[in-house]
Design a protein around this ligand. Sequence first.
Ligand SMILES: [Zn+2]
Length: 420
Amino acid sequence: MYHPHTDLPTPMTAAARTGQRAPLAGDTAPRRSASLSDVLRLVHQRGPLTRSRIAAELGLSRSAVRMLVAELCDYGLAAERPGQPVGTAGRPSLIVEVAHSAVASLAIQIRTDALCAAEARLGGRLGPITQISRQRRRFRPAETVEDITGLAAPILRELEARKAHLAGIGVAFGGLVRMSDGFVFASPALGWHDVPLASLIAARLGVAGRVPIFVGNDGDLGALAEHLLGAGDQGRTFLYVSADIGVGGGIVIDGRPLLPSPSSAAEIGHIAVNPAGHACRCGNRGCWESEISANALLRQASRKPTPDQAAAIDELIADATGGNPDALDAIREHARWVGIGLASIANILAPDLISLGGLLARLFPLESEIINTEVGRRVQPPLQPTLTVRASALGGNAPLVGAGTLALESVLAAPGKYPR
Ligand SMILES: [Zn+2]
């Protein structure tokens, strides 16, 4: 059974943000359960916090927080440790943090060049990431699912061995996906059409009907991860853009991640930026993707396409860092197109933060000046003062972290109800 997940997540409710929640005393059971969830979400997203900070953030009394934290500790979801002494009077407030051993999810990312899998833990941490390079002859859905099973098996065995609860499975995928049932309408990069991906993975892993499984667009999940656990501050409007072989992205409006179903934000790679530009794989000419993808960067550097694109990009970045003029020229040209596209989107969305992932995050130290110049030149003046462009705090792993945290939702939403 797949959980409908089209309205997820709302980790910090407006009431929680503004501290309007009433003290817990006299709460009904549902209120208590909601407060338990709020406390767990807060330390999941923000990291270790003092009890007093949790009380202030959520508008709860200190005694309510003490009881809720004790309950979370009983469930194996949180732990407490002494904080640093502050001042001279009184004992230091205890620090509350998530615990990692009791529950986890399985995070998977299906990329064109690689398959990745990792245990995803509360707090947004990933276990060791296992990865296999993809071979074009193994692109078909059944082969992909078979390869995912091989990657996932040791992770699932490890969870079973330590008796951890598998809260869910999250899959980040570069294509048009219906999140409610993990149905893939299309992935031009893989040549897929109408693939019931969640069902295939659940059946092959033997968890159908027992473990919720979510499939989301990798750009949407990257934005979700950035919003909850990375650079995106709560309550802000921001844009996440990632480029590698393709270009994807996701949007958070006023603190709410847009998780459209079917996903659509991924198509930002096909906004037209250069009608006189190069042919795009979508059949048009001059799409943003055909100017800022990894292939475009190699082309700008006059380097031949190679099966080992990652190595070619590594080499190009090393050359540019070492001062090679051709490599630097290519990166300047690439940066200019990144800035032109970002400015176009910023003029529509008016974000206060743009977070760059994948190749764009790696290149940002070399490209930031030109990107900021283009954005400053093209974004309309009233929007400029509040706009920051920066590299993703989660590096290239944002979609994997997003998939993992979405799959932890059953525990985050109802900490008292997961099977122990
Ligand atoms: Zn295109």
